[in-house]
Design a protein around this ligand. Structure first.
Ligand code: LMR
Length: 328
C-alpha cells in the first residue's frame, strides 16, 4: 500500500472510531421545574455546550427530581452516576462544607449587588475550592432570589409563626431561623414539599416565588409574605474526576459555555421571580402581604440571634468576611 493510501485508511479508521464512540455525555440533574431560573440556565448551558463543542458533548438535562432527590443527587455525583448538578447553597453541608450555610443567614445580603460581591470575589472562589477534596469541582454560582414566606394564615409578625410546621431545606441555619420565629422546622426534599403542603403534613414554607409557582405550592397556601428575609442560590458543580479527565481544549470550551450560561442566568433570575409572584397574584388563591418598615424591623430582630447561635458551625471568619464584602 502506498504511504498516502495508508495515511488515508488510518485517518478514516480513526474518524470511524471517534464517531463510533459518540459524544461525551454530561448528565445534568436538578430538582426544579424547567421554567425556573435554574431550569432555564441548564437548558441554555446545554445549547451552548453542544454548539460550542461542535457536538463533541451531549448534555442531558433531567429536571424536577426525575433522576434523584436532593440528598441522593449529591451521592450520585460523587459516584459518577451523573456529571453535573446545581444544588442550592443550603444543601452542601452533607458534603462536609458547612460554610456554605452562611448564605442562609437571615438578611445577610442587603441587595443582589452585595451578593455578587461575595460570589464573584475571593470568598466565593475559596468556598468552591473547598469542594475539591470531596471529589467535586465548583464551576459557577447561579442565582435564584430572595425568599418569601407562606402559610394558611397571614404571617405579619414573628408571633404568627408560633407552633407552625414549616418546611425547610436541609440547613441548620434555616432550622435555627425557623426556631427563632417560634416555628417547628421540618426538613423535606424539594420534590416532597408541594404534596406535604397539600396534605397538611407541613403548614407553611419559605422559597422563591418561581419555585413556589412552578410547583403549584400557592394552590395550598392562602397567604404569602414578601419578606425577602433570606437568599436562595446555587453552585454549579461537576464530578472532579470526570472534569479533569476531559481533553483540555474541550474543558476550556465547556468553561466558556458555563460563563455564558451564568451571565444569562443572572439576567433572567429576578425577572422570572417577579413574573411568578405576579402569576400567583393573578391565580387568586393566595393573599400577598408586604411588611411595613416596623414589621420588617421586628422580623429582623427576632432572627438576629441566629448569627451567634450558628457562629461555631459556619465559622466567625466567613460571616465577618461576608459582612466586610457587603459593606457592613
Ligand atoms: C428547595 O429545596 O427549596 C430548593 O433548594 C430547590 C431549588 O433547587 O431551588
Amino acid at each position: 500500500m502506498q504511504i498516502t493510501a495508508l495515511v488515508g485508511a488510518l485517518a478514516a479508521a480513526l474518524s470511524f472510531s471517534v464517531q463510533a464512540q459518540g459524544p461525551i455525555v454530561i448528565k445534568f440533574s436538578h430538582v426544579v421545574a424547567p421554567d425556573t431560573p435554574k431550569g432555564q440556565a441548564a437548558e441554555r448551558f446545554k445549547q451552548l455546550a453542544e454548539r460550542m463543542s461542535k457536538g463533541r458533548v451531549r448534555v442531558e438535562v433531567y429536571p424536577n427530581s426525575q433522576l434523584y432527590k436532593d440528598r441522593e443527587e449529591l451521592e450520585a455525583l460523587q459516584l459518577g452516576a451523573v456529571q453535573m448538578l446545581a444544588p442550592s447553597l443550603a444543601k452542601f453541608s452533607p458534603l462536609g462544607v458547612k460554610e456554605f450555610e452562611a448564605f442562609d443567614l437571615p438578611y445577610i445580603f442587603p441587595s443582589k449587588a452585595a451578593l455578587y460581591a461575595v460570589t464573584e470575589g475571593p470568598i466565593g472562589k475559596d468556598l468552591l475550592r473547598k469542594l475539591e477534596s470531596k471529589g467535586i469541582t465548583g464551576l459557577a454560582y447561579w442565582d435564584n432570589g430572595f425568599k418569601v414566606m407562606s402559610a394558611n394564615k397571614p404571617l405579619l409578625a414573628p408571633g404568627d409563626f408560633r407552633g407552625l410546621r414549616m418546611r425547610i431545606q436541609a440547613s441548620k441555619v434555616l432550622d435555627a431561623q425557623m426556631r427563632a420565629l417560634g416555628a417547628r422546622p421540618q426538613v423535606l426534599a424539594f420534590s416532597e414539599t408541594a404534596p406535604a403542603l397539600r396534605d397538611g403534613v407541613v403548614e407553611g414554607t419559605e422559597n422563591t416565588p418561581s419555585n413556589m409557582y412552578t410547583q403549584k405550592m400557592h394552590e395550598s397556601q392562602k397567604h404569602l409574605t414578601v419578606s425577602n428575609h433570606g437568599y436562595l442560590g446555587y453552585a454549579v458543580i461537576v464530578n472532579k474526576k470526570f472534569w479533569d479527565g476531559l481533553p483540555s481544549d474541550l474543558r476550556s470550551t465547556l468553561e466558556r459555555a458555563m460563563v455564558e450560561a451564568t451571565a444569562y442566568e443572572k439576567t433572567i433570575a429576578q425577572r422570572t421571580n417577579d413574573a411568578a409572584l405576579e402569576a400567583i397574584r393573578r391565580a387568586g388563591t393566595t393573599t400577598i402581604h408586604t411588611l411595613s418598615p416596623q414589621q420588617q424591623a421586628e422580623w429582623r430582630r427576632a432572627m438576629m440571634p441566629v448569627y451567634t447561635q450558628m457562629e461555631a458551625r459556619i465559622g466567625k471568619d466567613i460571616v465577618r468576611a461576608i459582612n466586610r464584602d457587603v459593606g457592613r
